[in-house]
Design a protein around this ligand. Sequence first.
Ligand SMILES: NC(=O)c1ccc[n+]([C@@H]2O[C@H](COP(=O)([O-])OP(=O)(O)OC[C@H]3O[C@@H](n4cnc5c(N)ncnc54)[C@H](OP(=O)(O)O)[C@@H]3O)[C@@H](O)[C@H]2O)c1
Length: 361
Amino acid sequence: MEKKLRAGILGATGMVGQRFISLLENHPWFEVATVAASPRSAGKTYEEAVGGRWKMATPMPEAVKGLVVANVNEVDKVAESVDFVFSAVDMTKDEIKAIEEAYARTETPVVSNNSAHRWTPDVPMVVPEINSEHFEVIEAQKGRLGTTRGFIAVKPNCSIQSYTPCLAAWKEFGPREVVVTTYQAISGAGKTFKDWPEMVENIIPYIGGEEEKSEQEPLRVLGRVEQGEIVKAELPKISCQCVRVPVLNGHTAAVFINFEKKPTKEQLIEKLEGFRGFPQEAGLPSAPKQFVKYLPDDNRPQVTLDVDYENGMGVSIGRLREDTIYDYKFIGLSHNTVRGAAGGAVLCAETLTAKGFITHK
Ligand SMILES: NC(=O)c1ccc[n+]([C@@H]2O[C@H](COP(=O)([O-])OP(=O)(O)OC[C@H]3O[C@@H](n4cnc5c(N)ncnc54)[C@H](OP(=O)(O)O)[C@@H]3O)[C@@H](O)[C@H]2O)c1
């Protein structure tokens, strides 16, 4: 790309916002033109506003340190300075819905990490390897919003990324019933051990709203576009328990599954390893070369060894074996703030750019 697209980050000072800043350092297509956060941070430099809250393992990029933080609520001012925005603000659901729509109406595409619009019928919710064709629904959304280039696209919840790719890869065998337990990292709550000491040596058996997302969102990702809306898939039926565990980064899922047509273990592994989508075909900058890796060792995937597979954009699967009640069981692992949050959104934005939905203003 000759001239980079100017990206704005709404909620740039938060955990996910910082991950966007890190991932976009030296990005070949996008540059961070504007950082925006709450009125508390507005007017300060990015370095001052973040202060001691920088949570990434790599240092804050020099290019953003001196940027003056804008107020997320000053929509027209922010929109003027960017070609599109990533959204990772922490506000109420209604406030997020309204502000993301306000940005879209200024003809600014919004690629959101938030859950507010995940069930808006004409907003696509995409894992680019699985359902990039859902972006087609944007034309209907633009009709509703009365825009020519402004729209909202979202990525799904971090918890589903460790098992939904398997359901997509195994589609032809007809996944029918799925029982999942997720073991979720504390960064999914925007926390580190320093600011959540109660999590050291602890397990908390409740994450508000997470089980419903983990049961329902895969069905929307596996659904189809019909008359300008996303229609969710009816199967598989999914039952999920979500547990917070003392891990910094990496959501693990333990999964049991029944199929319409029971495949062999070899067939299942072959489908996982061969699973590719638009990002691989198009050679997008953040696309993992191999989206899903199968690990044959009994003690894998492990968070410390496998969470950064493909720079945190790949999914690791292991321990696939026959079960005594279900057809099979297995373990999945993905990086919750990379593939599950900012990285997944960056890959959506790359897909939208390659498909011509995000352009220079
Ligand atoms: N962490 C994850 O892995 C993850 C995964 C998926 C989705 N999410 C979702 O992504 C969003 C951000 O999560 P996070 O963990 O990054 O949260 P966070 O660390 O608390 O950051 C929140 C960001 O929103 C801004 N903000 C807060 N209140 C605001 C207001 N009233 N008006 C405007 N801006 C406001 C903050 O600005 P100030 O610094 O100025 O306060 C900050 O930039 C949340 O909705 C969360 O549910 C998080």
